[in-house]
Design a protein around this ligand. Structure first.
Ligand SMILES: [Fe+2]
Ligand SMILES: [Fe+2]
Ligand SMILES: [Fe+2]
Length: 389
């Protein structure tokens, strides 16, 4: 289930996601490898990563048990089938009208594309109308909840921190312009909380909030995220929706309430003129005020491909001015100023590590590209399977 939920996690751009909805996938290798690389070095997602790596591998009468001498999990073939069924659905027309055609289409590719045992199971379960109605139901989450109950797992704070590191990568790696921003915010927020004598547990909580603070940016198109110059009013309005989405996505997760407030309120301001909830300083938790400062401080001091980060004194001046203007908490700013070198060093260290991870990610993707992709050939081990119709 986890691998299925995350299966296209490697399709980082909106266009890539749209292309994957094509039943005859043109070039799926990049997003499968990219998903694998994103998840592989985190213990908790290792197995899901390996499953995802081959989720577009055809069964090829059994040859799909392995790929390049590597054995392939059967789960990869389950996800391949499930994904192609879902990709065949036209959400806009009646699902029951489409069922027969989809079943035929899948059956005609048994053995060649799909594992026969899974096709057989699909035939049985898809005989129920409810199967199809669930697929397009707006309350599909409720159906999934029943399954979650059996396989849910309580995470420790440290495990949650690991899980959110994956989110940080997914958010940041969409654009090389901000490829280390989240890691910087998490490190700065953690360092400030440490200087304020927060407990170790609470410092982890705020680092988690840092990892999640820009989660809603996943809904913002790349062209806006990557625009080097000033955003137009319309673009800025789209950008401004990100914290609204961060908040409501995270509010669905039980136990995350406090962390959500720390993270999702990072554009709220002390005078109540931030966005999107216009919450005033006295109603903002200390954690939210820390994250707001961490976000500004990181954004102005980090290097971006189109500009250098600000020097220490200038950065301090900017946040002090924002304190005087009742935007950020002045007491926390005073503490940041006092401990600037240490806090900034934490940012630099975390962002250096994230830069190395990002370079490794790009390198592995390039290798995959050289190995599997070219304009004229889309093959798995020499078989031109993608052009079958
Ligand atoms: Fe996919
Ligand atoms: Fe933000
Ligand atoms: Fe941010």
């Amino acid at each position: 289930m986890i691998a299925a939920l995350l299966h296209d996690v490697g399709a980082l751009s909106h266009n890539e996601r749209i292309e994957l909805l094509d039943f005859e996938e043109k070039n799926p290798h990049l997003h499968t490898i990219s998903g694998f690389v994103l998840l592989n070095d985190l213990e908790i997602f290792k197995r899901a990563g390996k499953i995802i790596k081959h989720h577009h591998l055809p069964w090829q009468n059994g040859a799909g048990k392995t790929f390049n001498d590597e054995s392939v999990y059967l789960e990869s073939h389950i996800i391949y089938l499930a994904d192609r069924i879902a990709a065949s659905l036209n959400q806009k027309s009646g699902v029951l009208n489409q069922a027969g055609n989809i079943i035929q289409r899948i059956k005609s590719r048994v053995n060649n594309r799909f594992h026969p045992q899974f096709v057989e199971i699909f035939e049985t379960i898809s005989a129920k109308e409810a199967f199809w109605l669930d697929l397009v139901s707006p309350s599909i989450d409720d159906r999934l909840e029943i399954i979650w109950e059996d396989c849910s797992k309580l995470l420790s704070l440290k495990e949650l921190l690991d899980v959110t590191k994956v989110f940080a990568r997914i958010i940041d790696f969409r654009s090389r312009f901000t490829s280390v921003h989240t890691s910087g915010v998490a490190a700065v927020a953690g360092a400030i909380a440490g200087k304020m004598n927060w407990s170790e547990e609470d410092c982890i909580k705020i680092a988690i909030a840092g990892n999640l603070h820009d989660l809603g940016k996943l809904t913002v198109p790349n062209e806006i995220l990557e625009k080097p110059g000033r955003l137009t009013k319309e673009e800025y309005n789209i950008m401004k929706t990100h914290t609204y989405h961060s908040y409501y996505i995270l509010s669905k997760v039980e136990g995350l309430e406090e962390i959500n407030e720390y993270g999702a309120f990072h554009h709220e301001r002390m005078d109540g003129n931030g966005y999107p909830f216009k919450i005033k300083g006295e109603d903002l938790k200390e954690g939210s005020r820390i994250t707001a400062i961490a976000d500004v401080l990181t954004a102005i001091t980090e290097d971006r491909p189109y500009r250098k980060g600000m020097q220490d004194t200038q950065a301090i001046q900017i946040i002090e001015k924002m304190g005087q203007d009742s935007k950020l908490d002045t007491e926390i700013i005073a503490l940041v100023k006092e401990n600037f070198d240490q806090i900034n060093a934490a940012r630099i260290k975390a962002q250096q590590q994230a830069t190395n991870e990002y370079k490794a990610f790009e390198r592995k993707l390039q290798q995959a590209k050289n190995l599997y992709c070219s304009d004229t050939v889309n093959t798995y081990q020499g078989t031109n399977l993608y052009l079958l119709s």
